[in-house]
Design a protein around this ligand. Structure first.
Ligand code: ADE
Length: 387
C-alpha cells in the first residue's frame, strides 16, 4: 500500500526531494538490507539519481535512525509492493516465475521468486554476466525481503520452445535459426566460464520479436575455464549428458550434448533416447543407445546431431571443433545473426496479462526492522533499465 508522507515533520526541501524520488513511508518502515548492502546498491545507481539524505526527525534511537535511513534509500523497483502480479509463468524446485507489472512504469516483467539460500548468488552472478548477450535472459534488478529473494527479469513474451512446439516439429530452416542463436548464447556463457547445466526446450524462450532467450541460470557452474571441470548430477533427465549422469567430472561439453537433444526434439519431434518415468532406463538409454534418424532429415542435420550427441565429451562438437563452421549452418551469416538482423521464423502473439486464477500470493514478509537473514550484495538495479 502506498502512503503519503504527512504531518510528522514539516515539509522541507529534503522531503520534497524524497517525494520526487518516490520514496514512500512504507519503505521507511520496511525491514531491509543493512547499510552495507544499501551502499553497494547506491554505487550502481545511475548518476542522475542523487542519493537523498534522510530527514533528521525520525523518532527512536540513533541506531534505528541509521537503519531506517538506509532503508529509505531503497528505490521503488526494489520492493514487492511496487509490482502487480498477474499470473504464474513457471514453477520449479527453485520457486516460481510470475508475470508482473512494475506499476510506476507500466512495464511487464518476469518476477522470479526464490527461497533465500546462499546458492542463489550463483544465479545472481550469472544474470549480471548474461546482460552482455542478446540471446540470454537479462535481469533488470534484484531485491529481497525477509524470507524471499526476487529477480526482476525481462519478460520473454513469446513463451518457451516447448510450448511453441506443441504444433509439432519445426521445418529445418526454423531449427537452423533457433539452433544458431542458441550457439551464440552458449558460446557467450562458456567464454565467461559458465556452464548452464539445464539446457532444455522449457528454458529456451522467445522474446517479443521471436529471438531466442536462454533463461534460468539457477543451476550454473562458474569458473569452468581451460581444463577445469565440475561435478554433480545436475540438470534434467532426458537432456543430461552421459558423463553428468555417471557422476564423472565434466565441462561445457555437457551443454553441447543438451543442445543436441534440443535440436533433435525441435527437428524430429521426439526425444533421441528413452525418456519415460523410470530414471534408470533413461540413464541406461542415454549412456548406451544410439539415436535413430528418420530418412527425411537432411544429411547435414543428421551429421550435426551425431557430432553433438557423441558419448565421449572429448569428441563432442562445440568443445571439439568450431560448430559455426558445420555444414548445417552454411547459410547462416553469423555477424548479421549476432546483431539480431536475421528475421526470426515465427512472430509471437502479443502478450496477455490475463490472470490464471491460481494463487498469486507472495508472502508479505517484508515488514520489520530486525532482519538478520540478509543476503549481502544481492540487491541491484541494472543502470540500463529504461525509465
Ligand atoms: N519463464 C521463466 N522466465 C521467464 C521470462 N523471463 N519470461 C517469460 N517467461 C519466463
Amino acid at each position: 500500500m502506498t502512503l503519503a508522507i504527512t504531518g510528522r515533520f514539516e515539509e522541507s526541501a529534503m522531503e520534497r526531494k524524497y517525494k520526487k524520488l518516490n520514496i514512500l513511508e512504507e519503505d521507511r518502515k520496511m525491514a531491509g538490507e543493512r547499510s552495507q548492502e544499501s551502499s553497494e546498491l547506491q554505487m550502481k545507481w545511475p548518476k542522475h539519481h542523487k542519493r537523498p539524505r534522510s530527514p533528521q526527525t525520525f523518532r527512536g534511537g540513533s541506531k534505528r535512525r541509521k537503519r531506517c535511513r538506509a532503508q529509505a534509500r531503497r528505490p521503488a523497483p526494489l520492493k514487492i509492493s511496487s509490482y502487480e502480479v498477474h499470473k504464474v509463468l513457471g514453477r520449479g524446485s527453485f520457486g516460481k516465475v510470475m508475470l508482473a507489472t512494475l506499476t510506476s512504469r507500466k512495464q511487464l516483467v518476469a518476477l522470479k521468486v526464490l527461497e533465500k539460500r546462499p546458492e542463489i548468488m550463483k544465479e545472481h552472478r550469472a544474470l549480471k554476466i548474461a546482460g552482455g548477450s542478446p540471446f540470454l535472459c537479462h535481469a533488470y534488478a534484484a531485491f529481497q525481503s525477509k524470507l524471499q529473494a526476487f529477480f526482476v527479469l525481462e519478460y520473454a513474451s513469446g513463451g518457451s520452445l516447448s510450448t511453441v512446439m506443441e504444433n509439432g516439429p519445426f521445418p529445418t530452416s526454423t531449427v537452423m535459426f533457433y539452433a544458431a542463436e542458441m550457439v551464440c548464447g552458449l558460446q557467450f556463457l562458456h567464454s565467461r566460464g559458465i556452464v548452464h547445466r539445464d539446457i532444455k526446450l522449457e528454458n529456451i524462450l522467445l522474446d517479443q520479436n521471436g529471438h531466442i532467450k536462454i533463461c534460468d541460470f539457477g543451476l550454473v557452474a562458474h569458473n569452468i575455464f581451460g581444463n577445469r571441470t565440475t561435478r554433480g548430477r545436475i540438470g534434467t533427465y532426458g537432456y543430461m549428458a552421459p558423463e553428468v549422469m555417471l557422476m564423472k567430472e565434466y565441462n561445457a561439453a555437457a551443454d553441447w550434448w543438451s543442445l543436441g537433444v534440443v535440436i533433435y526434439r525441435m527437428a524430429i519431434g521426439r526425444s533421441p533416447f528413452y525418456n519415460g518415468r523410470v530414471r534408470t532406463m533413461v540413464q541406461e538409454s542415454t549412456v548406451s543407445d544410439e539415436p535413430q534418424y528418420p530418412e527425411w532429415i537432411s544429411p547435414e542435420l543428421q551429421d550435426l546431431l551425431e557430432k553433438l550427441l557423441k558419448k565421449n565429451p572429448q569428441h563432442r562438437l562445440g568443445t571439439n571443433g568450431n560448430i559455426r563452421e558445420h555444414p548445417f549452418f552454411a547459410s547462416i551469416n553469423w555477424v548479421e545473426l549476432e546483431s539480431l538482423k536475421v528475421k526470426p521464423p515465427l512472430q509471437p502473439r502479443m502478450p496477455s496479462t490475463d490472470s490464471s486464477g491460481s494463487s498469486l500470493e507472495i508472502e508479505k514478509d517484508n515488514i520489520g526492522c530486525n532482519d538478520i537473514n540478509i543476503l549481502s550484495g544481492f540487491s541491484f538495479i541494472n543502470p540500463n533499465w529504461q525509465e
